[in-house]
Design a protein around this ligand. Sequence first.
Ligand code: FAD
Length: 435
Amino acid sequence: MMQKEIVLFWFRRDLRLDDNAGLYYALKSGYPVLPIFIFDTDILNDLKDKKDKRVAFIHDTLIHLQQQLQQHQSTLYVMHGTPIDSFEKLTTIYNVKAVYTNHDYEPYAKQRDEKIKNKLEEKGISFHSCKDQVIFEKDEVVKDNGEPYTVFTPYSKRWKAALAHFYLKPYLNNRYFSAFIKQESITIPTLQQIGFEKITYDVVAPELDETIVKDYDKNRNYPAIHGTTKLSVHLRFGTVSIRQLVSQALELNETFLNELIWREFYQMILWHFPHVVSGCFKKEYDKIVWRNNEAEFKAWCEGNTGYPIVDAGMRELNATGYMHNRVRMIVASFLTKDLLIDWRWGEAYFAEKLLDYDLAANNGGWQWAAGCGCDAAPYFRVFNPKLQTEKFDPGLQYIRKWVPEFEEFSYTKPIVDHQYAKERCLQAYKLALTK
Ligand code: FAD
């Protein structure tokens, strides 16, 4: 007997049931919807540390989704394998009419989705992908001549003007939850079964704390204060909706709105200029001759440079998977400019450790700090760790928290003299740029 036709909704970086664009269209398709998630071995196999906080966060979030779906007598189907094999299996078990998902703009994801789309279409199954994780994507905010912006301020002005014509309301998915397939709950593989170990992590609830956002412009630069939202992990994995955050930001604080626009700016840059994944946005900076001293890199990674603000940041990252934005800028400037270590080394280390790791934002942040990105800090601006501390951690609370021994004799001596390093950096950059 012919099985009943269903559609699949494929979760990726949109791990929520409410206000989820692709899921909304799946639920409205007229067919029962089976939500799926694939622990993609093409991605997982590259993660060296099997105690990965991101994998643990995703796993916990899937359990939460499963509990929500059970309330609708439905289930999530979590698979472990390559996407191609997983869809092969799903299309033999179920009579799949269509697959719905949300756009993912990273180069790997674009290729993967193209492959899956073609494979499914060969079987007569349609593939629908929707915009969900940003307000404006790809070429929706461009210059009058159609070219992409490469400077933030005019981009953000155009972005805000475009918002006036954007329907910012949430997708009311809950109206259609009865369309979830009625099926016994399917057991989610354990972390061990997918080759990982349990590890604890600390994240805020996926909700905007309005008291923080009201004073965001005043407090956001002080790492000792809880003055930023810490929602980056939720934005990364879609456990909050960007439409909801932008609506709140419009009411509460324009500086905060600008940060959400930076996020889209870097996603847009990655889309239009994929060469940034491996090279400098400004190609002339590819000529910089980096020192790449491995012992100094190790000292930086471990938070043992003898510069307390740098060490505090690196130790915070190693311990929690998070680092305050101001401190990310300081440690990145220190690595690339004081130590003259290739920004790609720092980028890769952050990619391994950050719970909120996002290719576009991380790459954009690193290239900004190294001076080689679009709209980057000018190369001759070298952050002075001492002055940065005086300005942004004047009471030294942040440093005391992460480097309690910093005033003791036993604390590491600075691995380089900042003034000397600054001159060395300016010479190296000048040399590269006049070649
Ligand atoms: P908030 O200050 O509360 O900001 C709200 C949201 O806006 C953030 O959650 C984030 O999604 C977005 N946002 C804020 N600042 C930026 C920015 N400069 N660029 C892009 N988006 C921004 N952010 C990541 O999400 N993932 C990364 O891998 C990442 N790597 C970075 C690497 C470097 C070297 C630098 C300098 C910055 C990096 N950032 C990255 C940007 C920023 O540091 C974090 O988004 C922010 O610290 C997260 O904390 P929050 O959620 O409290 O941010």
